[in-house]
Design a protein around this ligand. Structure first.
Ligand code: PMT
Length: 413
C-alpha cells in the first residue's frame, strides 16, 4: 500500500519571449519552471533580444535558445515543428500587442509565430504585457477576443504603474502566478473528487498584546500541499497560522492565529471535507491567561503559567467517519516509535514523520526528508525532496488509500 505512486510532471514546455520591457521577467519565469522539474525551451523574437540576451535564458533553461526559423544547426538537430510536437504547453510571456495581432491574423513570419501556428494540439497561453493604451486599443481587445474564441488561453495583465510611466492595466501578471498556472495546467487531475482541508504554519499563543509563544514553522510544507492539491483538481481549504507564504491559487485561505482559532476554523470546514492533512505546527501549550496590558519588566524573574491547547487532530480522529486523516509528526528523537504512537492515538490513516532536530530539513527549509507510516504498519522512506515534490508524494497516498477496498469514499460538496 505504501509504495509511492510518484506524480512527477516530466513535461517539455516552450516559453516564447517577445519584445517588451517585461521581457526581463522571463528570466524569473524560466528559472521557476525549471525548478518545478520541467524541461524548458525558450524561443525569442528579434525584438525580445533587445531587452534580454538569449545567453541569459540559455543558462537558466539549460537548453539552447531558439531565435531563427531557418538556422542550419538548429534545424538539422531538432526542427521547430518537432519541438512543438514534443512539448506539452506553449507559454508566451510577455506577449506584446504585436504578437497577439499576428497570431490572431494567422501570420507566421518568424520562429515564434510559426511555432504558435503549429501548436494546434497543445495549450497555448498568452501573458500579455504592454502600455495601457495599447492594451485597451479596440484592435488589441478584438484580437484577444478572437484568440480566446479559438481556444487560446490568457493570463490577464495586472493593473498598476507601468514601466512606460503610465498607470493602468498592462503590467505582466505576477511571474509566480504565471508559473503556478502553467504547472496547474500540466498536473494530472486525479483529485477532483476530493475536498482537502490542509493546515499550515505555526500558531501564536498570546502572553500579552505584544508577546506570544510560537515555533519556527514557516508554512512552506502545508502551502506546498495545498497548492499541489489544487493543481490536481481538488477543492482545497487551507487554514493557516501566521506565515509569509504567498497564497496558492484556487484555494480557500482562512487565516488564524492561535491553536484555539485554528481548532474553530478546522471544525467549521471539517464536515465538507473528504481528507484532512494537518501539516501545521500547532502549539501544544498556551499561557494560562493573557494579560490585557503589556507585562512590565520586573526586576525579579517572571514565571509563566501554561495550559495545554486543544489537540485538533485527536478530536478529528474521533469523528472522522470515512474521511482520510493524514498527520505530520515533528520529532527530535525516536522518530518512528513516536510517530506510530501519534498515528494510533489520533486514529490516522497515515503519518508523515520528520526529524526536526536536523537543520537542513523540517522547519523552514525548502526540502524535507520524511518517512510515511501507514496504519497497517508499513513505512515508506523517502529521499531528501523539495517540499513541492514531497507534497505530491503525500497526495499520491490519497489515491492509494482510496483504492484500498473497504474504504468508503465521501464526495466533495
Ligand atoms: O512549516 P514548515 O517550516 O515548512 O515546516 C514543516 C513542519 C516541520 C511544521 C511539518 O513538516 C510538520 O512536521 N508539521 C507538524 C508539526 C507538529 O505539530 O507535529 P506534532 O508531532 O507536534 O503533532 C502531530 C500532529 O498533530 C500534527 O499533524 C499536528 O498538526 C497535530 N496537532 C498537534 C498539536 C495540537 N494541539 N493539535 C494538533 O492537531
Amino acid at each position: 500500500m505504501m509504495e509511492p505512486n510518484v506524480t512527477e510532471i516530466p513535461a517539455t514546455v516552450l516559453v516564447g519571449v517577445t519584445g517588451g520591457i517585461a521581457a526581463y521577467k522571463a528570466a524569473e519565469i524560466v528559472r521557476s519552471l525549471v525548478k518545478e522539474g520541467l524541461d524548458v525551451h525558450v524561443v525569442m523574437t528579434r525584438n525580445a533580444q533587445e531587452f534580454i540576451t538569449p545567453l541569459t535564458l540559455q543558462v537558466l533553461s539549460g537548453n539552447p535558445v531558439w531565435t531563427e526559423t531557418f538556422h542550419l544547426t538548429q534545424e538539422q538537430k531538432i526542427g521547430h515543428i518537432s519541438l512543438v510536437d514534443r512539448s506539452s504547453l506553449l507559454l508566451i510571456a510577455p506577449a506584446t500587442a504585436n504578437v497577439l495581432g499576428k497570431v490572431a491574423a494567422g501570420v507566421a513570419d518568424d520562429l515564434l509565430t510559426t511555432m504558435v501556428c503549429a501548436a494546434t494540439r497543445i495549450p497555448v497561453i498568452f501573458a500579455p504585457s504592454m502600455n495601457v493604451n495599447m492594451y485597451q486599443n479596440p484592435i488589441t481587445q478584438e484580437n484577444i477576443e478572437r484568440l480566446k474564441r479559438f481556444g487560446y488561453l490568457f493570463i490577464e495583465p495586472e493593473e498598476g504603474e507601468l514601466a512606460c510611466g503610465y498607470e493602468g492595466v498592462g503590467r505582466l501578471a505576477d511571474p509566480g502566478d504565471i508559473v503556478e498556472q502553467v504547472v496547474g495546467r500540466l498536473a494530472p487531475k486525479d483529485l477532483t473528487e476530493e475536498h482537502i482541508l490542509v493546515t499550515a504554519g505555526p500558531t501564536e499563543e498570546a502572553i500579552d498584546p505584544v508577546r506570544f509563544l510560537t515555533n519556527p514553522s514557516s508554512g512552506k510544507m502545508g502551502y506546498a500541499i495545498a497548492r499541489a492539491a489544487a493543481q490536481r483538481g481538488a477543492k482545497v481549504t487551507l487554514i493557516s497560522g501566521p506565515t509569509s507564504c504567498a497564497p496558492p491559487l484556487d484555494v480557500e485561505l482562512v487565516r488564524v492565529r492561535s491553536a484555539e482559532e485554528m481548532r474553530k476554523a478546522v471544525m467549521k470546514a471539517f464536515p465538507a471535507s473528504t481528507t484532512v492533512v494537518m501539516a501545521a505546527a500547532v502549539s501544544d501549550f498556551a499561557p494560562a491567561s493573557r494579560a490585557k496590558q503589556k507585562v512590565k519588566k520586573q526586576d525579579a524573574s517572571l514565571t509563566l503559567k501554561l495550559k495545554t491547547t486543544p489537540d485538533i487532530l485527536l478530536e478529528l480522529g474521533q469523528k472522522k467517519e470515512d474521511r482520510l486523516l493524514i498527520g505530520f509528526a515533528a520529532e527530535t528523537q525516536s522518530l518512528v516509535k513516536n510517530a506510530r504512537a501519534k498515528l494510533e492515538k489520533k486514529n490516522l490513516d497515515l503519518i508523515v514523520a520528520n526529524d526536526v532536530s536536523r537543520k537542513e530539513i523540517g522547519f523552514q527549509s525548502d526540502s524535507n526528508q520524511v518517512k510515511i507510516i501507514g496504519k497497517d504498519g508499513s513505512i515508506s522512506e523517502l529521499p531528501l525532496l523539495p517540499k513541492r515534490v514531497l507534497a505530491h508524494r503525500v497526495l499520491d497516498q490519497i489515491g492509494i488509500l482510496r483504492s484500498n477496498p473497504g474504504k468508503g469514499r465521501r464526495r466533495k460538496t
